[in-house]
Design a binder for this molecule. Structure first.
Ligand code: NAP
Ligand code: GCO
Length: 264
C-alpha cells in the first residue's frame, strides 16, 4: 500500500510558471510520479524552450500562454485545457515575481504588481480550477508556493513578504472552505533555492550569498529538484488528510535564530 499512496498515474497537474526554476522541477517530479503535466507562462519563447526541455526528459508537457492575473484569460484557458488535455486534478500556484526595493523607494505600482501576481493570481487560478473540481465532484489538490517570507521578513522585499504572508493565509482559507469537498489546499515554503529569481543575490560575489549560507543550518542553497518529495506528497493520496499546512523545505532556516561567529 505505502508507495501506491504517492502514485499520480491518471492525474492531471497544472503548474503555473512551470517553464523553468522551481516550477519545472515540481512539474518534472509530478510527471515522474505518473501525472500528465500542463505548464503556462506569459512568454511564448519560454514555453517553446520548456516544451523541448520536457521532451528531452521524456515528458509530454502541454503548454499554454496566459497570465494568471487575467481572470478572463484564466477562464478561457482552463476551458481549453479541459477540452484539449483533461480536467485539472492538481493545481500548483508557482508563478510569482519579486521586487527588491526599500519601502520608501518602492512605487505603489511595483507593490501592486507583486501582490497581483503572487497572491491575486493564485486566488484567480484556484477559484476557477476548484469550480470545475466541484462540478465533477472529483476532489483535488491545490499547492501554493509560499516562502520564508510567509513567516519572516527581510529588508527590501516588503511587497513579496506581504504577498507570501497573504498566500499562506489564503491557503488556510482555501482549506477551510474546500476540505469538506475532498479538496486539499496546502503550501510549500522553499528556503533559498538556486534559480533565476535568486541569481541576483546569489552569484557574482553578492554578500547575500555568504549571509544565507551561514543562516541556513544545511550551509548551502537548495537545488530545485529537492522540492520533488514535498510536491509529490502534497499532490498525492498520501496527503488526503493534510489541509491548510505549509510544508517548509528550507535546510533548517526557520528552525534557528542562526549561529554566532564561534559556531561555524
Ligand atoms: P522564477 O524563476 O522567477 O519563475 C517564476 C515563473 O513564474 C516564471 O516562469 C515566470 O514567467 C512566471 N510568471 C511570472 N508572472 C506570471 C504571470 N503573471 N502569469 C504566469 N506566469 C508568470 O521563480 P522561481 O525561483 O522558480 O520560484 C517559483 C515560485 O517559488 C515563485 O512563486 C517564488 O516566489 C517561489 N519561491 C522561490 C524561492 C527561491 O529561492 N527560488 C523560494 C521560495 C519561494 P517568465 O519567466 O516568463 O516571467
Ligand atoms: C530574497 C529571495 C527570497 C526567496 C524565497 C525565500 O530576495 O530574499 O528572493 O525571497 O525567493 O522567497 O523563501
Amino acid at each position: 500500500m505505502s508507495l501506491e499512496l504517492f502514485d499520480l498515474t491518471g492525474k492531471t497537474a497544472l503548474v503555473t510558471g512551470g517553464t523553468h526554476g522551481l516550477g519545472m522541477a515540481i512539474a518534472t517530479a509530478l510527471a515522474e510520479a505518473g501525472a500528465k503535466i500542463i505548464v503556462n507562462d506569459i512568454l511564448q519563447e519560454k514555453l517553446d524552450k520548456a516544451k523541448a526541455q520536457y521532451t528531452e526528459k521524456g515528458i509530454d508537457a502541454a503548454t499554454y500562454l496566459f497570465d494568471v492575473t487575467n481572470e478572463s484569460q484564466v477562464i478561457e484557458y482552463l476551458q481549453r485545457i479541459e477540452k484539449e488535455v483533461g480536467p485539472v486534478d492538481i493545481l500548483v500556484n508557482n508563478a510569482g515575481i519579486i521586487k527588491r526595493i526599500p519601502i520608501l523607494e518602492m512605487e505603489v505600482e511595483d507593490f501592486r504588481q507583486v501582490l497581483d501576481i503572487d497572491v491575486v493570481g493564485p486566488f484567480i487560478m484556484a477559484k476557477h480550477v476548484v469550480k470545475s473540481m466541484l462540478s465533477r465532484k472529483s476532489g483535488g489538490k491545490i499547492i501554493n508556493m509560499c516562502s520564508m517570507m510567509s513567516e519572516v521578513s527581510r529588508n527590501t522585499v516588503s511587497a513579496y513578504a506581504a504577498a507570501k504572508g497573504g498566500l499562506k493565509m489564503l491557503t488556510k482559507e482555501m482549506a477551510d472552505e474546500w476540505a469538506r469537498f475532498g479538496i486539499q489546499a496546502n503550501g510549500i515554503g522553499p528556503g533559498y533555492f538556486a534559480t533565476e529569481q535568486t541569481a541576483p543575490i546569489r552569484v557574482g560575489g553578492h554578500p547575500f550569498n555568504e549571509f544565507i549560507i551561514k543562516r541556513t543550518p544545511a550551509r548551502r542553497w537548495g537545488e530545485p529538484e529537492e522540492l520533488a518529495g514535498a510536491a509529490i506528497f502534497l499532490a498525492s493520496k498520501a496527503s488526503d488528510f493534510v489541509n491548510g499546512h505549509v510544508l517548509y523545505v528550507d535546510g533548517g532556516i526557520l528552525a534557528t535564530l542562526g549561529s554566532h561567529a564561534g559556531e561555524e
